[in-house]
Write a protein that binds this ligand. Structure first.
Ligand code: KIV
Length: 267
C-alpha cells in the first residue's frame, strides 16, 4: 500500500514559512477531485461560484446550504489527499449561531475548513468557529456575495485608506484565529503587503504573485467559461492533451511563479 500524506493546514503554513507557493482550484464533483489529486493540486475549493458555472445564475446569491452540502459530499468522496475548503453561501453566517450550525453541516460531510466573505466584523464568528473545532478562511477584497453593495464586480483596495483597512482587517482576523485569508481582485502591491503583515497563508485570485497560494475557478482555467475572461484568468488547457495535464501545468506555474504574471494583476 502506498501511503499518501494528506495536505493539512500545517502543510500550508509550512509552505508559507519556506516561501513555497501552493495551488488551489475550485471543484464541485468526484471525478474532478480525483483528477486534481492525481495532478498534485494541494487545495480544493467547493466554491459558491457553482451557482454561476453549474447552475447558470448571474451571481452566487441564490446558492443554498443544501447545494453546498451536496457538492461538498461529492468532492469529499473523490478527494484523498488535498485540503478541502467549502464555501458558506450567502446569509448562512448572518449570526454566529447560523455560522456554527451551517459550518458544522459542511464539516460533517467532509470539509476541512469553511470560507466566509467579509472583514474584521467576522472576528467573533471566526473565534467561535475555531473554539468549536472549525478552521476558517476569510475571503476579502472583492467578495462576490456583496456584488450589489459594490455596484458590480470591481477591484477593491485601490485607495490608500482601503488598502490600510484590508491590512488592519487581516491582522484582526489572524488574531481572532482565522486559519487562512483569501484576497480577490486587489492591487498586487496591496496583496503583497497583506501577505507580509500576517503569518497565516494568504491565497490570491487577481491579487498578484506575492500571495502564498493561488486559486482559479476550474471552468475559467480550462477555457470553458463564456464571454470575456477576467484579467487574471489563464487558460491552462492550451497546449496540453488532457485536463489532468492542464491541472499539473497550473500547479507547476504557481510553484515556479510564472503564474500569475504581472499582466494578470491589478495596479
Ligand atoms: O466561489 C468561488 O469559487 C470563490 C473563488 C472565486 C475564490 O470564492
Amino acid at each position: 500500500m502506498r501511503y499518501i500524506m494528506a495536505v493539512s493546514l500545517t502543510t500550508l503554513r509550512d509552505c508559507k514559512k519556506r516561501g513555497e507557493k501552493f495551488a488551489m482550484i475550485t471543484c464541485y464533483d468526484t471525478i474532478f477531485a480525483q483528477t486534481m489529486n492525481a495532478a498534485g493540486v494541494e487545495c480544493l475549493l467547493v466554491g459558491d461560484s457553482l451557482g454561476m458555472v453549474l447552475q447558470g445564475h448571474s451571481s452566487t446569491l441564490p446558492v443554498t446550504m443544501q447545494d453546498m452540502i451536496y457538492h461538498t459530499q461529492c468532492v469529499a468522496r473523490g478527494n484523498s489527499n488535498a485540503f478541502l475548503l467549502a464555501d458558506m453561501p450567502f446569509m448562512s453566517y448572518a449570526t454566529v449561531n447560523d455560522a456554527l450550525n451551517n459550518a458544522a453541516a459542511l464539516m460533517r460531510v467532509g470539509a476541512h475548513a469553511v470560507k466566509l466573505e467579509g472583514g474584521a466584523w467576522l472576528a467573533e464568528t471566526v473565534q467561535q468557529l475555531v473554539r468549536g473545532g472549525i478552521p476558517s478562511c476569510v475571503h476579502m477584497g472583492l467578495t462576490p456575495q456583496s456584488v450589489h453593495v459594490f455596484g458590480g464586480y470591481k477591484v477593491q483596495g485601490k485607495t490608500a485608506d482601503a488598502a490600510a483597512q484590508l491590512i488592519a482587517d487581516a491582522k484582526t482576523l489572524e488574531q481572532a484565529g482565522a486559519a487562512l485569508l483569501l484576497l480577490e481582485c486587489v492591487p498586487s502591491t496591496v496583496a503583497a503587503q497583506v501577505s507580509a503583515s500576517v503569518s497565516i497563508p494568504v491565497i490570491g485570485i487577481g491579487a498578484g504573485k506575492d500571495c502564498d497560494g493561488q486559486v482559479l475557478v476550474v471552468h475559467d482555467m480550462l477555457g470553458l467559461s463564456q464571454g470575456k475572461a477576467a484579467r487574471f484568468v489563464k487558460n491552462f488547457l492550451t497546449g496540453q492533451d488532457s485536463i489532468q495535464a492542464a491541472f499539473s501545468a497550473y500547479v507547476a506555474a504557481v510553484k515556479n511563479q510564472s503564474y500569475p504574471a504581472p499582466e494578470h494583476g491589478f495596479n
